[in-house]
Design a protein around this ligand. Structure first.
Ligand SMILES: [Fe+2]
Ligand SMILES: [Fe+2]
Length: 352
């Protein structure tokens, strides 16, 4: 295990937590990069608003890429900081004051083997990293009001589609849950589920592309919602709920604005799916309380994928719900989702 920090105080603080469980080597970011062996995990505590720190982390990117877990502990909780960490290769990001239990949990989470045999180097997961980086830069673009890399996002979606065609949905779900947490994990899971659902339904190439692009973009409006609300464990109060419910329109407006500025490459079907992925056939959804006849096929597929992915996502504060249980919840949403589609979704949810 390797700890990198931008001050001796931070370095020793984190070491003292980790040394209870692990063999730890530490290095200050401003020292010469050593990182002789590839550790199975790297924990980084540094101010990412400092360009020297960014440069020092980039200098170690080779070793970083090979470590199985790359945990960034951020002092300032902001979308930009989190995006920055993911862009630097984080596999998970823990914002705010250091929480010993969360940190140890993040290191022990699914897929991380703390035994001696874990020295074998894991291959970096290209499709996962490409996609996570695309989502990170998308969130940064919204937060900072910068242009969006639409083609890059589509390309990342295409890579996920290739990966799922080759290795199946389960492999994707496991890999993503092992690497990421929070909104990014959610977007990656929804995209994977939507692709597999689309493939199982036999949708054509154009619709599949619309589907994964819409899935990548669907929650982009959450970039404008404070993380304290997005990542709040437990119930939201009515005000917080109202805030969350602004995200489909925010995302839609942002994407529409991109079209006006640029190449008009986000199709109306994609815009529609982003705006309406929380609508239900019985009119009980938001933001426009649409009814069945106004909800298109891509949206229906995306909505089912979104709910399912949200149910099975992995959060450190709760156990992961089994896929069968999540599917049963979808089956119980009478009148809200298209029954025939939910039936077709069964094999995606349970077996693929
Ligand atoms: Fe959403
Ligand atoms: Fe979502």
């Amino acid at each position: 295990m390797q700890v990198l920090a931008d001050s001796s105080d931070k370095l020793s603080g984190i070491r003292s937590i980790l040394e209870e469980r692990f063999t730890v080597a530490g290095e200050r970011l401003d020292a010469d990069a050593r990182l002789a062996q590839v550790p199975y995990a790297i924990v980084i505590r540094a101010e990412l608003r400092d360009v020297d720190n960014i440069a020092a982390i980039k200098k170690r990117s080779g070793a970083l890429a090979k470590a199985r877990k790359r945990i960034f502990l951020l002092e300032h909780t902001s979308h930009v900081g989190i995006s920055q960490a993911y862009a630097l290769g984080a596999t998970s990001v823990l914002p705010g004051t250091i929480n010993r239990i969360k940190l140890l949990a993040a290191l022990n989470e699914a897929g991380v083997d703390t035994s001696a045999s874990s020295n074998a180097t894991a291959q970096p997961d290209n499709a996962v990293e490409t996609a996570a980086t695309a989502i990170a830069s998308m969130f940064t673009a919204v937060t900072l009001g910068q242009p969006l890399d639409v083609d890059g996002t589509k390309e990342a979606g295409r890579q996920i589609a290739d990966r799922i065609t080759q290795h199946g949905l389960s492999e994707w779900l496991t890999t993503v849950r092992r690497h990421h947490e929070g909104t990014y994990q959610h977007c990656l899971l929804v995209t994977g589920v939507a692709i597999d659902f689309g493939l199982s339904l036999g949708v054509g190439r154009t619709d599949l592309e619309r589907l994964y692009t819409a899935a990548m973009f669907h929650d982009i409006g959450k970039a404008r919602i404070p993380l304290a609300i997005l990542d709040k464990p437990g119930r939201l109060d009515p005000e917080e709920r109202a805030m969350i419910e602004t995200h489909p329109v925010t995302g839609y407006e942002f994407l529409k604005g991109q079209n006006l500025k640029g190449k008009d490459n986000i199709s109306p079907e994609i815009l529609d799916a982003v705006r309406h992925h929380h609508e239900y056939l019985d009119g009980s959804g938001y933001p426009d309380a649409l009814c069945a006849e106004n909800i298109g096929d891509i949206v229906r597929i995306l909505t089912i994928s979104d709910i399912f992915a949200a149910l099975i996502e992995h959060r450190h504060y709760k156990p992961t719900m089994p896929r069968a249980e999540a599917y049963n919840i979808l089956c119980g949403m009478n009148g809200k989702l298209e029954k025939a589609l939910v039936n077709s979704f069964k094999q995606v949810a349970l077996t693929r």
